[in-house]
Design a protein around this ligand. Structure first.
Ligand SMILES: Cc1cc2nc3c(=O)[nH]c(=O)nc-3n(C[C@H](O)[C@H](O)[C@H](O)COP(=O)(O)OP(=O)(O)OC[C@H]3O[C@@H](n4cnc5c(N)ncnc54)[C@H](O)[C@@H]3O)c2cc1C
Length: 493
């Protein structure tokens, strides 16, 4: 039986372990922390439960597939709750708008505040559907850097057609083409942040993201998002994958430029394949000690995706006007992205995302209270003064929320946790604390992510957010599957 080591039990690593084990490999997973999930962790304090990272599930079919491969039914493992109200928006002028999953309802409410938008929404989603049909499947499920993939006539045809769907425009430009009201343009511009990018730079093909959310649905998990890695981990264990927690891989060992195995504090072990769910840069710099390899140098030059500042607030009252997901838009969106990507700091007034799982699962907060996960997009870490930045951002967030909700939010915070970009790097090894690997701020970014199979080191594979197809829970699960397929294909070569 061939053997593989997986470095990291983030969702990418967990997925790779299941797909590879199901192909008959012997799989060991090494995880530096004491629990699976990586960025998708949870914490409980003072009677409140918080998901530390992801809050919204999209593309449920990707999750379904990984459970099915492990012989499990997702609906028996998790309570997937399709959100009727995907998000409540507090637009920059204070207008309140619910994005319903029922598109007739959403269109009707859009029309009330921005006449003409109902028709535009239909046309916009049709355009997005076309982009998804032509390129979505190819980019999200195939190893796009493999010559064997690229030379397939079906891939070439898709790439030619894909080139016809606005890669040279930006998300902001295409949104302005469809929606005349700047507040609605801002609403659809926010989807650039789903992969840590700027709507003013990211290609218009990113309209695939709202398509996936509105057509595929936005979901919460009744037991909390952390239940996803917990249950995938259990499914992997039931399948026979071995996990070694609290065991950081210190080195990937090579022999004549070919992979040999890995070393931890406790042992050196040989493997036929190694899959790194650790960040690409830390894999080159720390695990391979090859910072000067061409691929490492190329990757280092790419712009990291945005990071985040999160406040986990226990709030001592409930807010009926809020949903599970809520966005409070700033009045100057371009300034936010300029601050984040050019000045590497926070804007004076940030857009604020508030996720409240106690609306779905009341036991996540004490009775009469709510657990607020308050996320601000933030620049990747480059040694900024985070104490000062976080303190100013906290004040700006409280000001914005207090103004929009008509109450002094500070007085309702009874307990608090804080996550910053340096914390994200420390907890998960994500270089610069970036949430989604590299940004998608260039026309070619879909091709710039790190390939899944190393070109230089036979037997080495990459499945984290920094590898193809990118960050976000469904994408890293897909990355794990792509790696397992590649290992099967190339292990005999
Ligand atoms: C605040 C926040 C909000 C987010 N919101 C969403 C959302 O709403 N929806 C969504 O889909 N996605 C969201 N994401 C992104 C999503 O969480 C990530 O893209 C995804 O979980 C990353 O998975 P990964 O496989 O790349 O690994 P990670 O989660 O980064 O895990 C990597 C694992 O590898 C381990 N590791 C690293 N180096 C070593 C080593 N040398 N030896 C052993 N173990 C090692 C780490 O300890 C870690 O457990 C969010 C992320 C954050 C932080």
């Amino acid at each position: 039986m061939k053997t593989a080591a997986i470095i990291g039990a983030g969702l990418g690593g967990l997925s790779a372990s299941i797909y590879l084990k199901s192909k008959g490999w012997n799989v060991d997973v090494y995880e530096a922390q004491s629990f699976p999930g990586g960025k998708a962790a949870e914490e409980t304090f003072d009677g409140y439960r918080f998901d530390i990272g992801p809050s919204l599930v999209t593309m449920p079919w990707v999750f379904e597939d990984v459970f099915k491969t492990a012989g499990k039914d997702i609906n028996k493992e998790l309570t997937l709750v399709k959100l009727k109200e995907i998000c409540t928006y507090f637009l920059s002028d204070g207008t309140y708008l619910k994005a319903w999953s029922d598109l007739d309802n959403f269109g009707r409410d859009l029309e009330k505040i921005a006449p003409g938008s109902q028709k535009s929404l239909k046309r916009y989603l049709k355009e997005a559907e076309k982009a998804h049909r032509l390129g979505g499947n190819l980019f999200l499920t195939q190893p796009i850097h493999e010559i064997r993939t690229l030379l397939k006539p079906s891939t070439l045809l898709k790439l030619v057609r894909f080139a016809g769907i606005h890669p040279f425009s930006t998300l902001n430009k295409i949104n302005k083409k469809y929606f005349k009201d700047p507040r609605i343009v801002q609403l659809f511009n926010r989807y650039a942040t789903y992969n840590g990018s700027s709507p003013f730079l990211t290609p218009a093909t990113m309209i695939i993201i709202p398509f996936i959310e509105y057509i595929g649905g936005g979901y919460g998990i009744g037991e909390g998002i952390y239940e996803i890695p917990k249950k995938i981990h259990k499914a992997a264990v039931d399948l026979g994958v071995k996990f070694y927690f609290n065991q950081r891989v210190e080195k990937i060992n090579l022999q004549n430029k070919k992979l040999r195995g890995i070393s931890t504090k406790y042992a050196d072990k040989d493997y036929d394949a190694v899959v790194s769910d650790a960040d690409v840069l830390s894999t080159y710099d720390k695990l391979l000690d090859l910072p000067d390899l061409k691929q490492a140098k190329r990757y280092k030059k790419l712009e990291p995706s945005s990071s985040g500042i999160v406040f986990y607030w226990g709030i001592n009252r409930t807010f009926e006007e809020l949903s599970v997901n809520n966005i409070f838009f700033s009045s100057n969106y371009p300034a936010e992205f300029k601050a984040m990507f050019e000045e590497k700091t926070m804007p004076e007034e940030p857009t604020v995302y508030v996720n409240i799982t106690s609306k779905l699962t009341p036991s996540d907060a004490p009775e009469g209270c709510e657990n607020w996960f308050v996320l601000l997009n933030a620049p990747a870490d480059c040694n900024q003064n985070w104490n000062e930045i976080v303190s100013n951002a906290r004040k700006a967030t409280i000001n914005l929320l207090s103004k929009r909700l008509g109450t002094n939010i500070e007085s309702h915070i009874e307990t608090e946790g804080i996550l910053t970009p340096p914390h994200i790097e420390k907890r998960t090894g994500s270089t610069y604390g970036s949430l989604y690997g590299i940004s998608s701020n260039t026309k070619m970014s879909a091709f710039m992510r790190h390939r899944n199979r190393s070109k230089n080191i036979k037997g080495l594979y990459f499945c984290s957010s920094s590898a193809h197809p990118g960050g976000g829970m469904p994408l890293v699960i897909s990355s794990g599957k792509i790696c397992a397929n590649l290992i099967e294909k190339f292990s005999g070569d």
